[in-house]
Design a protein around this ligand. Structure first.
Ligand SMILES: [Fe+2]
Ligand SMILES: [Fe+2]
Length: 284
């Protein structure tokens, strides 16, 4: 039975539309020393969905621009390179988080806000640690897409919702990831990583997605550690965690590994909360 479910889950991975080339091309342009913004505009504009999402996100008060922006080029002129990178990844990701995830108790807005806030918190941590721009790119992508596996698994968590509830009730000490394993034989981190590997993302990104609920695994990579920590903090804030938003603690070995003191944690929580309120005010 579980084997059949697993087969269907991995077949469904193949049916998810691949990550658009436009995004990879745009990120490549942003890596160059002299960024050609006209060329960047031409590339992003070729995808009307991404362009619309970009303008929607850029006009969110979370990005604090002084006026309403109605063109990509204008937006580029107001934003820093990191913000442009972030918004490109976020605007692409928005196309995937376009349905309520009923099995996870998440509305489209919830999962979207959760992904965005994780990206914002992870960015803040990465800046404090003084990561290179290339590494920050990786962090954006991994943190915004960390729960992408939920879009595949939702169908099955929805179908098996009674079984999930029964196991969760009988095992109050288990978190949702453990219940996913018990019912489906897989978790959304692993499915998300598989999806990103199929899309030919670098291993560092798929590994961070794979590890985002597994502290021992995330400790093997600083990128995965930051993505995992950002996810924990967004859940502690109650931002879009859905049914797996319980039982979140900050593992001390994770803070030690990243050399983060507890006063910094308050800063990250404050930033996450503040930005989430700004985003919600705009999109409510
Ligand atoms: Fe997750
Ligand atoms: Fe998450």
């Amino acid at each position: 039975m579980k084997k059949q479910i697993l087969e269907r889950i991995f077949n469904k991975v193949d049916s998810i539309p691949t990550f658009p080339k436009v995004a990879f091309q745009a990120l490549e342009i942003l890596k160059k020393e002299d960024v050609d913004f006209k060329e960047l505009e031409r590339i992003v504009k070729s995808d009307p969905g991404i362009t619309a999402n970009f303008l929607r996100i850029v006009n969110s008060p979370a990005f604090g621009l002084p006026q309403k922006i109605d063109s990509l080029f204008k937006a580029f002129m107001f934003l820093g390179l990191n913000q442009i990178r972030f918004i490109i990844v976020a605007s692409v990701a928005k196309n995937y988080f376009n349905k309520d995830l009923i099995g996870y108790g998440l509305s489209t807005e919830n999962i979207w806000l959760h992904s965005l806030v994780c990206g914002i918190i992870a960015e803040e941590i990465a800046f404090d640690i003084k990561f290179s721009p290339a590494k920050i790119d990786t962090i954006y992508i991994a943190s915004i897409l960390h729960d992408i596996g939920k879009i595949v698994l939702d169908l099955y968590t929805k179908l098996e919702i009674k079984e999930f509830q029964k196991i969760a009730n009988n095992n109050p000490d288990r978190d949702f990831i453990q219940v996913e394993w018990m019912v489906l034989g897989v978790d959304h981190g692993l499915v998300g990583a598989h999806l990103l590997e199929r899309w030919e993302f670098p291993k560092s990104i798929s590994f961070a997605v794979r590890a985002h609920h597994d502290v021992d695994l995330m400790l093997q990579s600083d990128i995965a550690s930051i993505v995992g920590l950002a996810n924990i903090l967004a859940n502690i804030l109650g931002i879009g965690g859905g049914v797996d938003s319980f039982n979140y603690n900050i593992p001390q070995n994770l803070l030690k590994e990243l050399n983060i003191k507890s006063d910094k944690i308050f800063k990250y929580l404050k930033i996450g909360l503040y930005k989430s309120l700004l985003i919600q005010r705009e999109f409510a």
